[in-house]
Design a protein around this ligand. Structure first.
Ligand code: UDP
Ligand code: MG
Length: 307
């Protein structure tokens, strides 16, 4: 059985549409499936619609979060709830073409354990957004040591992989973790469609925060740059030190005031940046060590299972 995990945040208009699109595809291709809708603390009718749908149709599970925990958490909750032999994660807004699920499923049948959805075109995006995304992926790909440009959350995972992911306690970045685990993978290219309804849930600030937290969870390189900066500063200050000494010997000492000020400001700012970076990592350690759950499910729909 194929489980379809659909994170949804304020997607009241999309729920039925995405369900019927995927459902009819599965029926056509004779694939048994279940739907897991994870309502990420929506403030609109999303959960009510999921609930209605789960009463009308078979094999639909709806989970409702007590507040908005973010898409990563919604995916984790979905993965913890699957009962299929494999699961596909797909956006609610039909930006990921549902037909590709069938292609992914066929590849899974051939023995692949992870089928990645790779974006061919990034679809209609704001210029800033696509530049930002490009930069983020080039940084994270280099740091994490695998190429993740054009990767997405649209993937199919085998039961084995799901079990591994479910055992990982860290708040990871789903896209990267599924690379990190290894396994036998392949990919399917797709074009990003236009969002059918509603609007993107990401703000610019939200994306920057998301990017920073993912980079820091995959690499300590930013922290090591602090050490490097320290060395560079040390060298510069040795040069300036010698210079200042010569000045003193020659008898031009007072003129050096400007340099002193510049150096003080420069060192001060480097120290502040460094502390900031270290603080950021400490904050992350703190988050993990608190061991709070990644999400809280406040209600679950009654599921009707096929006999
Ligand atoms: N989503 C979510 N929680 C959030 C934000 C988004 O579950 O806090 C879901 C959303 O409902 C959609 C998917 O994640 O199914 C992708 O979101 P969106 O379309 O807003 O992102 P974009 O396509 O612009 O990257
Ligand atoms: Mg979208």
């Amino acid at each position: 059985m194929l489980s379809v995990i659909i994170p949804a945040y304020n997607e009241e208009k999309c729920i039925r549409r995405v369900h019927s699109a995927i459902h009819s595809l599965l029926v056509e291709n004779n694939i048994e499936g279940e739907f897991i809708f994870v309502d990420d603390g929506s403030s609109d009718q999303t959960y009510n619609i999921i609930n209605e749908l789960s009463l009308e149709e078979e094999n639909i599970v709806g989970l409702h979060f007590s507040r908005n925990f973010g898409k990563e958490s919604a995916i984790s909750a979905g993965l913890a709830a699957v009962s299929g032999d494999c699961a596909v994660v797909i956006d609610c807004d039909l930006q990921h073409p549902p037909e590709k699920i069938i292609e992914m499923y066929r590849l899974w049948e051939q023995g692949y354990e992870i089928v990645e959805g790779i974006k061919k075109e990034r679809g209609q995006e704001k210029k800033m957004h696509s530049i930002g995304a490009k930069f983020f992926y080039s940084v994270i790909s280099r740091m994490a040591g695998f190429d993740m440009s054009n990767s997405s959350d649209f993937k199919l995972l085998d039961r084995k992989v799901i079990d591994v992911l479910n055992k990982m306690p860290e708040r990871g970045f789903f896209r990267a973790i599924s690379y990190w685990v290894g396994y036998n993978k392949t990919s399917v290219e797709y074009d990003v469609a236009e969002r059918v309804d509603g609007e993107s849930k990401w703000s610019a600030a939200g994306l920057v925060k998301y990017a920073l937290s993912n980079i820091s969870s995959y690499s300590t390189a930013p922290m090591q740059t602090v050490t490097l900066l320290g060395f560079v500063m040390l060298m510069i200050s040795v040069i300036f030190g010698i210079w200042a000494l010569i000045d003193k010997i020659v008898g031009r000492a007072l003129e050096g005031m400007t340099t002193v000020i510049i150096i003080t400001i420069f060192i001060g700012s480097i120290i502040m940046i460094s502390l900031g970076i270290i603080g950021y990592y400490i904050a992350r350690i703190y988050e993990e060590i608190k061991g709070r759950p990644k999400y809280i499910i406040s209600s679950t729909t009654k599921s009707i299972k096929k006999e």
